[in-house]
Design a protein around this ligand. Structure first.
Ligand code: NAP
Length: 247
């Protein structure tokens, strides 16, 4: 389904990004596995994909650093000649009431979640245009729409990603490039494992499907949006949240 396509997934060593990279590789895409600190896990993923007969490339870069993003994308182009699919998945969450958030913390959260998507996307657009089309998929969050106590910076960045998605879908439609967002609810990864402690029952009650999600369930939505089957879908936000937002 994605044979011959090249995908860059940011934050691909762990959690949702890892499941997305695996899912895209299983469908035939060559995947650039971006990581910042999790080198061992990223290398293990590359080996896993190669062992399954797929193609993968290890790409270290802090997505909030323009120089590192430029160098990463140059390496991908040197290796595979271009990019067809960009998944802006890298993200961080910190916990604080707004009154206690320092400027440094605010900028850290905004920079990874929002500036990172801006830098990666701006660098990739000419490559997608050169291919005559492509896919950009931004991982937002249910927090963008519902809000989240002690996460104003995170929710603000994720809401920004939705505006980014909708506006860019309008700009890039004429080039055959679709731009969509996927908004996970509560998915079992390192990001929420500690935050979940003591609250699991409450969280299950808030979720119509009465369970937390798996990274593979988010990846399935991303693989669909990256595929030909989603050829007429752009400017959407697909919630993968077990009904949490509605519930
Ligand atoms: P996670 O397990 O904490 O993984 C976060 C990933 O982001 C890691 O691979 C990390 O890479 C990468 N990352 C962080 N800062 C980076 C930077 N500056 N440059 C490059 N990569 C960076 O979190 P997750 O749950 O899989 O989250 C993935 C995405 O889903 C995030 O955007 C998150 O906001 C979103 N999301 C998650 C949930 C949930 O319930 N889990 C819900 C809604 C939205 P290294 O380990 O290499 O540093």
């Amino acid at each position: 389904m994605l044979t011959g396509k090249v995908a860059l997934i940011t934050g691909a060593a762990r959690g949702i990004g890892r499941a997305i990279a695996t899912g895209l590789a299983e469908h035939g895409a060559a995947v650039a596995v971006n990581y910042r600190t999790s080198e061992g896990a990223a290398l293990e993923l590359v080996k896993e994909i190669e062992a399954q007969g797929g193609e993968a490339l290890l790409c270290r870069a802090d997505v909030s650093d323009r120089g590192q993003v430029t160098a990463m994308i140059a390496t991908i182009v040197d290796t595979w000649g271009g990019i067809d699919i960009l998944v802006n998945n890298a993200g961080i969450m910190e916990d604080n009431f707004l009154v206690d958030i320092t400027l440094e913390e605010w900028e850290r959260v905004i920079n990874v979640n929002l500036r990172g998507a801006f830098l990666c996307t701006q660098a990739v657009i000419p490559l997608l245009q050169a291919r005559g089309g492509g896919r950009i998929i931004n991982i937002s969050s249910q927090a963008a729409l519902a809000g989240s106590r002690r996460h104003v910076h995170y929710a603000t960045a994720k809401a920004g990603l939705l505006g980014f998605t909708y506006s860019l879908a309008k700009e890039l439609g004429p080039y055959g490039i679709t731009v969509n967002a996927v908004s996970p609810g509560r998915i079992v990864t390192d990001m929420i494992k500690e935050r979940m402690q003591g609250r699991e029952e409450e969280w299950l009650q808030q979720t119509p499907l009465q369970r937390l999600g798996e990274p593979e369930e988010v990846a399935a939505a991303v693989v669909f949006l990256a595929s030909e089957k989603a050829s007429y879908i752009t400017g959407t936000n697909l919630q993968v949240d077990g009904g949490l937002l509605m519930g």
